[in-house]
Write a protein that binds this ligand. Structure first.
Ligand SMILES: [Zn+2]
Length: 411
């Protein structure tokens, strides 16, 4: 391709952007504020540094991490939910709650260590902190296993700053099915319904990313407040079970909630599911031939070279936004990137790190989204849902006592 064609191809994929649209996008994000509902920096700080913040300077760019202050500023981020996450395998070792406390601790410490960050607990906090030129920092709890079936633990997570609970992670919990496990409860159990109602009473979002489609439907049936998907995409475009089916998108519109769109290539790229199946079959065939780990790794690498992983594009992420707007409406879509590593091999190409948000919004402007639409997607839809959730909680607290649910035998 000649230079003109290369530029045309790059513009069409959203990899690069018209400078005028990019400037307009940056201006809108500065006003919005841009709220991202999922980033896994807390887990990276524990994995890489055991939570020792003297070993890393977040006021400087840290390309190996999924966020740092200067790159968040460059990306126009006004508010970030940091994910408190521990693997669901901690359920079998009964260490989930203990590990969750380490996550809360490191999250609160790194927020406090950076003058440009401030812990936000309400929608008003987000706007106040953003106006002051700093980045509002919120906490989302990714995985219901961390409460270890204790309503007391859930309430203390709220006190520590948690403002959403993702009901499951990759595996089922005792009271809700995950999208990526074998169906066990057919959605939410009675206990699960009570936990959702307690989230409503507390003023914490029920986050239905990661849960099975039946759990999504059950949550939308029992919740009294708007719910969120903190990091999910549209199933109609990419067939990963973690993505959201159209009937749920329609129910979400009636609920007043928001789907925050994920940038991970596996959930974004329509070609990924088929590639994944091929990749797994190839690995099985290779492993059937040899036990030698090095030989397996080499053969898998050769397969990947011959069959590159579908890597997503900025345009494909914009396609997910288009679809959600078409089915649920412009008031029900937001941003939940899910940055969790250095981004080079995991995220949609063009959206590898937290500096890249303006490119996605420039692509939306190119497609004809208005300034008002951009402000809604960037953060105002989230603020609206959060304010409504806060109002519902204030009402419920006048009449409903806290849930008593300790111990796995209780109902
Ligand atoms: Zn996740």
């Amino acid at each position: 391709m000649g230079p003109a064609l290369l530029l045309a191809a790059a513009l069409a994929s959203g990899q690069t952007a018209d400078p005028a649209l990019l400037a307009r996008a940056r201006k809108l994000l500065a006003a919005a504020p841009l709220i991202d509902t999922h980033n896994d920096l807390p887990s990276m700080l524990l994995e890489k540094y055991k939570g020792d913040l003297t070993k890393v300077d977040l006021s400087q760019a840290q390309a190996a991490l999924c966020a740092d202050v200067p790159r968040l500023i460059e990306g126009g981020v006004g508010a970030q939910y940091w994910a408190v996450f521990v693997e669901s395998s901690t359920m079998s070792t009964h260490t989930a709650l203990h590990e969750a406390l380490r996550e809360f601790d490191v999250t609160r410490r790194f927020i406090r260590s950076q003058p440009r960050l401030e812990l936000a607990l309400t929608a008003d906090d987000i706007e106040r902190i953003h106006r002051s030129g700093r980045i509002a920092s919120l906490i989302g709890v990714e995985g219901g296993h961390m409460i270890e079936q204790s309503a007391a633990a859930l309430r203390l997570f709220y006190e520590l700053g948690g403002r959403y609970l993702t009901l499951t992670h990759w595996d089922n919990v005792e009271w809700a099915d995950s999208a990526t496990d074998r169906p066990e409860h057919g959605g939410l159990t009675r206990r699960g319904e009570k936990i959702v109602r307690e989230l409503n009473r507390l003023g914490m979002f029920a986050d239905i990313s990661h849960v099975s489609a039946d759990t999504m439907r059950d949550v939308l049936r029992v919740t009294r407040a708007p719910v969120i998907f903190s990091h999910s995409n549209a199933l109609a475009l990419a067939g990963h079970p973690r993505n959201v089916p159209d009937d749920v998108l329609r129910a979400l519109a009636a609920n007043g909630g928001v789907v925050h769109v994920n940038f991970i290539r596996e959930f974004v790229d329509p070609a990924h599911a088929a590639w994944d199946a091929k990749h797994q079959a190839a690995r099985k065939a290779i492993e059937a031939k040899t036990d030698d780990e090095k030989a397996v790794a080499k053969a898998v690498a050769d397969f990947e070279k011959a069959n590159p992983e579908p890597a997503g594009t900025v345009a494909l992420v914009a396609d997910h936004i288009d679809h959600i707007v078409k089915v649920a409406g412009i008031d029900h879509v937001g941003i939940g990137s899910d940055f969790y590593d250095d981004g080079s091999a995991s995220m949609a190409s063009g959206l590898e790190n937290v500096t890249r948000y303006p490119f996605l919004f420039a692509e939306l402007l190119r497609r004809g989204y208005s300034d008002e639409d951009v402000l809604k997607i960037a953060g105002r839809n989230h603020l609206r849902a959060m304010r409504r959730m806060e109002q519902v909680a204030a009402q419920l607290q006048k009449t409903e006592p806290p849930l008593i649910l300790d111990g796995p035998e209780g109902q």
